[in-house]
Design a protein around this ligand. Structure first.
Ligand SMILES: NC(=O)c1ccc[n+]([C@@H]2O[C@H](COP(=O)([O-])OP(=O)(O)OC[C@H]3O[C@@H](n4cnc5c(N)ncnc54)[C@H](O)[C@@H]3O)[C@@H](O)[C@H]2O)c1
Length: 446
């Protein structure tokens, strides 16, 4: 056994190995906390100074990661957060959790991984383990990181260790979180796999070793493609069944009573979040390089991206029945985050719905207790703040469009003075609103 490998394994075993986490966002922050809570010294790195500063004050900037948890961890003194990348050399292991967005032409944007790879390479010292956690196409770890580190004159598997382990974070999930979600790990070589498995095994409930980083990279993409394709199928069923006058939500409830061979997916206003709308296109891009096409993924993308238009069409038709046009109507979109009860608005279809409604001449407001102010993003700048979540505010609008099923919206009293609701999330039926002969607003499914 090489000296470096033996030393790193023993430091992992006695929890003296310092764990560095680069990118303290939705993935990196909980990961850093889990290692700290398992007894490891941890250093978190971010280019955005506001994040380390908030953490050092014991504050959390992610709502579902409570302030108390962050404050407790930072008070114990085993964890630090910084923008000083020179401190990477203090770390025995470095976990990379930086963004992997799409570029303007829906091509993978690896600039964050490359920039981080350069920062790490510049300070790489013998005996360090580097693991990429960001979601990406198969081949990234070997093609982008390995050459950068090798150029330092060290040999992978002896002088340093390199692996890929996908993050499977599901923000807001009450049952599964960073510590108890099984961790798939693929190493560039057997020694890299061994040290990476040892590290994650010391903090996570279950580690699943696979034969290469490419298998681990592809497994993560498959998980996300699976969701994107099944959500597209649910959306297509919605369109078809709607024409037949059949309630897709009731159909899914019935189908899911089958105890085998069926898994429910639900229709909605379109895809949101950092993963499902973006990651499948990492694979289609790489597939083209190999002269092959991922047709299911393209088709799912086409159906899912058409959903915001469908919602706006339904809204226009519904208003029409009330003798109004979209132009000049007051529309209130309920929910800006991409899923219920979290504060993450990335890629949320609500942005597109709001912009399409505005383009048609509607006066649009939004209500989201999780997002008081709509932050400008790469593609959208709404210049809006949330209106209060009250019956008076709701009643001021000609139509409500339910885009996110936040728990805050599940109160029947909010809709007392509302005339029309376009519901993309089946929020109203469980409240006893919108059914035949029921009092309250007219509810249109979209
Ligand atoms: N959010 C999720 O639920 C989720 C789930 C699974 C996988 N992922 C994947 O994990 C990766 C990170 O996603 P996220 O949701 O945590 O993103 P995020 O935007 O919440 O966090 C990324 C962090 O990295 C920082 N950063 C950017 N460039 C940096 C650099 N060069 N050096 C250091 N820090 C840098 C940003 O300031 C930010 O704090 C992505 O590849 C994503 O696809 C996300």
């Amino acid at each position: 056994m090489s000296d470096h490998r033996a030393l790193l394994l023993s430091r992992i075993a006695d929890r003296s190995a310092r764990v560095g986490v680069i990118g303290l966002g939705y993935v990196g922050l909980p990961l850093a906390l889990v290692f700290e809570e398992s007894g490891f010294p941890v250093t978190g790195f971010d280019v955005d100074p506001a994040k380390p500063e908030a953490l050092q004050r014991g504050e959390s900037y992610i709502r579902h990661i409570g302030r108390e948890r962050v404050a407790k961890a930072f008070a114990r003194g085993r964890i630090a957060a910084t923008t000083d990348f020179d401190r990477l050399s203090e770390c025995d292991t470095i976990l990379v959790c930086v963004p992997t967005p799409l570029g303007r032409h829906r091509e993978p944007d690896l600039s964050f991984i490359r920039a981080t790879g350069d920062e790490v390479a510049r300070r790489l010292r013998p005996g360090q383990l580097v693991v990429l956690e960001s979601t990406t196409y198969p081949g990234t770890t070997r093609e982008e990181l390995l050459p950068r580190f090798r150029a330092r004159g060290l040999e992978c598997g002896k002088g340093f260790f390199l692996a890929f382990s996908p993050e499977r974070e599901d923000p807001g999930n009450k049952s599964f979180h960073t510590q108890n979600i099984p961790k798939v790990v693929g190493g560039i070589d057997p020694p890299s796999l061994e040290v990476a498995v040892a590290l994650y095994g010391a903090a996570m409930a279950k580690v699943v070793p696979v034969s290469s980083p490419e298998v681990a990279e592809a497994a993560k993409i498959l998980e996300n493609v699976f969701r994107a394709v099944n959500i597209a199928l649910a959306n297509e069923m919605k369109l078809v069944l709607d024409r037949m006058g059949i309630d897709v939500w009731e159909v899914i409830e019935a189908a899911k009573t089958k105890p085998f061979g069926f898994m429910p997916f639900y229709p909605g206003p379109g895809l949101g979040g950092h993963c499902i709308p973006l990651d499948p296109f990492y694979l289609t891009w790489k597939a083209a390089e190999h002269g092959t096409w991922a047709r299911f993924i393209e088709l799912a993308g086409e159906i899912n991206t058409s959903m915001p238009h469908h919602v706006v069409d339904r809204t226009a038709h519904a208003l029409n029945r009330h003798g109004r046009s979209l132009k000049g109507s007051k529309a209130l979109v309920l929910g800006l985050s991409y899923k219920a009860d979290i504060d993450d608005d990335r890629e949320s279809p609500s942005f597109e719905i709001i912009e399409h409604l505005r383009a048609a001449g509607a006066e649009v407001a939004y209500c989201d207790p999780y997002i008081p102010v709509a932050r400008p993003g790469r593609e959208h700048d709404l210049r809006l703040s949330s209106v209060p979540c009250t019956p008076e505010e709701f009643a001021r609008h000609d139509v409500l469009v339910v885009s996110t099923a936040h728990s805050d919206f599940k109160d029947k009293r909010l809709y007392a003075g509302v005339k029309l609701v376009v519901d993309t999330r089946n929020l109203m039926a469980p409240l006893g609103l919108g059914g035949p002969g029921q009092p309250g607003p007219e509810v249109v499914r979209a």
